[in-house]
Design a protein around this ligand. Structure first.
Ligand code: NAP
Length: 455
């Protein structure tokens, strides 16, 4: 894949970058390793100060960063501003809580003194996707750097300017040379990087294919990985729910980021008795969405990030219709437009056992399934290879407990939209990946949990 910026709203090629040559990579690794030897000895206070500087830069220059995100991957400018602000928040969160999360933990044993100490591992490779081009990187980098690791970023090929801007933020904040480096490399250069003895671990956010490939490369090297992969989150609506609120939130949850979010509500699962009413409400909200130029404040849905994503999504939709599903709204790319625009789309009557019903739709396309009762809703919710998040709507406390206990996912949100929050762990089960980001769990992924016993 060429490393370039192509504006998804216009199709215009704005900038192309040469990938690093294989011969240039060892110097980057040397620099990272040297940086680690010094950086690992910095105090929590110093690291916290550096992260606070990142917060300041992100807040002060959020307009510049937002523009870059919008131009490179098409998210609305207003959502890109919110993304820069959320990155500032995660930096502040680990600046304020990192020392407490990494403090020695005493343990009572037969020793005169025993405790757990958390220590950095070294160089961590981060392979990141384009959909939240700043947030995905900062939610990894803030805890990893707070713990004393150093990082190499291989970002998605369509967001090179975001990748370079992030490196610049960390350098401007005062992190020493080599503590965080962006490598403009091709996906094929990842496995050799993993094989380098200086790289200790890796994290990848992206597709199952990329995750499996990185896990295989890491497996033979016996190196730890965290994988944040795809999802096909259910959005369950039961009869006691507030339908209006569920439809408003469901629309946001499906259309967020032009429909390109791993934790988007992708499968609406609704009880028969209320399905017609809910479908009507959802349709109303979908129809009210404004599609267009992502820089315009009134726009709700901008273009998809690449032409290929648009084509793949459309193929999935056509396949669904071909097997007998009913198209209620949308269902075709917006014609005569050089941008990658796909309209809000609603599909019902999908045969639930068909493989396409279990796939991830990465765009503004919602599937709506009707089920007779809560048992069938939970069964269908769990009937995918994924297990990232789930949103369920009911005011009945017993039903809430059943949903919390029986849904197979890394997160269950009751009467709310699935979202990431620095204070709560984030990650999936099944083919959505393993490991956790954010909160105390996130900062403990890339550390040596050292047992210390002293007599
Ligand atoms: P992708 O193709 O897997 O790309 C993600 C990253 O992996 C990019 O940097 C890509 O580089 C790299 N990559 C691709 N193939 C690779 C390989 N064989 N070895 C090593 N690296 C490789 O993902 P995408 O389709 O752009 O992103 C969307 C997917 O990410 C969706 O499935 C979405 O659900 C998932 N996602 C998950 C989360 C989560 O937290 N669970 C968050 C966001 C997105 P190139 O760009 O150079 O190919």
């Amino acid at each position: 894949m060429t490393i370039s910026t192509i504006n998804p709203a216009t199709g215009e090629l704005l900038k192309t970058f040469e990938p690093l040559k294989d011969a240039e990579i060892p110097a980057k690794l040397n620099l990272a390793q040297q940086a680690f030897e010094t950086y690992r000895h910095t105090s929590f206070q110093e690291r916290s100060q550096l992260l606070k500087s990142c917060t300041d830069i992100l807040v002060q220059r959020k307009a510049d960063f937002a523009k870059l995100m919008t131009i490179e991957m098409g998210k609305t400018y207003k959502s890109a501003i919110a993304e820069a602000e959320k990155c500032a928040l995660v930096c502040r969160y680990y600046a304020e809580h990192g020392a407490e999360f990494l403090a020695d933990v005493p343990a009572k044993t037969d020793a005169s003194e025993s405790f757990i100490r958390y220590q950095p591992l070294g160089i961590i490779l981060a392979v990141m996707p384009w959909n939240f081009p700043f947030w995905q990187v900062f939610r990894f980098a803030a805890p990893a750097l707070m713990a004393g690791n150093v990082a190499l970023l291989k970002h998605a090929s369509n967001v090179p300017q975001c990748a370079l801007a992030i490196e610049d933020i960390l350098q401007t904040a005062g992190f020493a040379d080599g503590v965080f480096q962006t490598l403009l490399v091709d996906a094929s250069q990842v496995a050799p990087l993993m094989a380098d003895p200086r790289v200790q671990a890796a994290t990848l956010t992206g597709s199952e294919l990329a995750g499996g490939s990185l896990a295989a490369a890491s497996g033979t090297q016996i190196k730890k990985t965290v994988l944040e992969l795809g999802g096909s989150d259910p959005f369950i609506v039961l009869p006691s729910a507030d339908f209006e609120s569920a439809a408003v939130t469901g629309t946001t949850a499906r259309m967020l980021n032009n429909g390109q979010s791993c934790i988007a509500a992708k499968r609406f699962i609704v009880i028969d008795a209320i399905a017609d009413k809910f479908e009507k409400l959802l349709l109303e909200k979908f129809k009210a969405l404004q599609i267009g130029d992502p820089m315009v404040p009134e726009t709700d849905i901008g273009p998809l990030a690449t032409k290929k994503i648009l084509e793949d999504l459309d193929q999935q939709v056509q396949k669904t219709i071909h097997i007998g599903a009913k198209l209620i709204l949308g269902g075709k790319p917006i014609p005569n437009n050089p941008g990658n625009y796909y309209p809000p789309t609603l599909i019902t009557d999908i045969p639930p056992e068909h493989p396409v019903a279990k796939e991830e739709f990465f765009g503004p396309v919602a599937m709506l399934f009707r089920v007779p009762n809560i048992d069938a809703a939970i069964k269908l919710a769990n009937d995918t290879p994924f297990g990232l998040g789930a949103s369920a709507w009911t005011t009945n406390p017993q039903e809430q407990q059943r949903l919390i206990n029986d849904i197979e996912a890394g997160a269950v949100f009751i009467n709310g939209m699935v979202k990431s929050d620095p204070r709560m762990p984030f990650g999936g089960i099944k083919r959505s990946g393993y490991g956790r980001e954010l909160s105390i769990q996130g900062i403990h992924e890339f550390v040596n949990v050292k047992t210390v016993w002293v007599k």
